[in-house]
Design a protein around this ligand. Structure first.
Ligand SMILES: CC(=O)[C@@H](O)[C@H](O)COP(=O)(O)O
Ligand SMILES: NCC(=O)COP(=O)(O)O
Length: 246
């Protein structure tokens, strides 16, 4: 079982690209955001190349592959098109996520338990290119066990329900669900990451859960960056999570 007091911040730059795509301009460039994030202390850069290309484009991933000083966490749906693209890019990390075209954002985790053979084949294929594969799942023991069985070294627990919880009771329940998921994942020998919907006001409780390896955070950072700049947005978040994880 691995436990660490060092927690990593993966900065998701998807929504810098959302703003660019809204007008079809060349700006703002997510590549610039990635470089600023790295200077401000990001431990890695996360991008989700969606099937509908609503934000990140292939060009972004190709340029990032050449210029990142840290490492890329490439989020992708389990499709043949994405598998081939990942094989071309060979990112350090790949996170397999569920994806539907109509969704506003990623709703729920990947159903690994319901499609073990398919996910196992994808994990094996992507591990062959040297990427560390993680599975974006709900904090659910059945899904965590299935993730271990399919051979993924890492999982990312979906914190969206925690982030969306409204009453103190709901918040406490959802936080406990995440904390239990972290403990269960570590006991299964998995690297446990978490993310989705995390914000300056709700991140500390998650960062304080012992054993979490990395938090992936995007939308809140990009929103805050509008007012304080990207580097400040990242360094503020990094300081919060490091203090909470101590
Ligand atoms: C998988 C995940 O939680 C994030 O990458 C998220 O998908 C960001 O992009 P969207 O907001 O387009 O869902
Ligand atoms: N995998 C979660 C992620 O990368 C960031 O999600 P969000 O902070 O944009 O909701």
């Amino acid at each position: 079982m691995t436990t660490s007091t060092r927690i990593l911040l993966g900065v998701n730059i998807d929504h810098v690209a959302t703003l660019r795509q809204a007008r079809g301009t060349r700006y703002p460039d997510p590549v610039k955001a990635a470089l600023d994030a790295e200077e401000a202390g990001a431990d890695g850069i996360t991008v989700h190349l969606r099937e509908d290309r609503r934000h990140i484009q292939e060009r972004d991933v190709l340029v990032l592959k050449d210029v990142l000083q840290t490492r890329m966490n490439f989020e992708m749906g389990v499709t043949e098109e994405m598998m081939q693209f990942a094989e071309r890019i060979r990112p350090a990390h790949i996170c397999l996520v569920p994806e539907t075209r109509q969704e506003l954002t990623t709703e729920g985790g990947l159903d690994v338990a319901g499609q073990e053979a398919r996910i196992k084949a994808a994990v094996e294929r992507l591990s062959r290119i040297g990427s560390e594969v993680s599975l974006f799942i709900d904090a659910d023991e059945r899904q965590i066990e299935a993730s271990r069985r399919v051979g993924a070294p890492a999982i990312e627990l979906h914190t969206g329900r925690y982030a969306d919880a409204e009453t103190p009771t709901e918040v406490a329940e959802e936080l406990k669900r995440v904390a239990d998921g972290v403990a269960f994942g570590l006991a299964q020998g998995l690297i446990v990451n978490a993310g989705h919907g995390l914000h300056y006001h709700n991140v500390e409780a998650v960062a304080a859960i012992k054993g979490i390896n990395e938090l992936n955070i995007g939308h809140a950072l990009v929103a805050h960056a509008l007012f304080v700049g990207f580097k400040s947005a990242v360094s503020e978040m990094k300081a919060l999570i490091l203090a909470a994880a101590r």
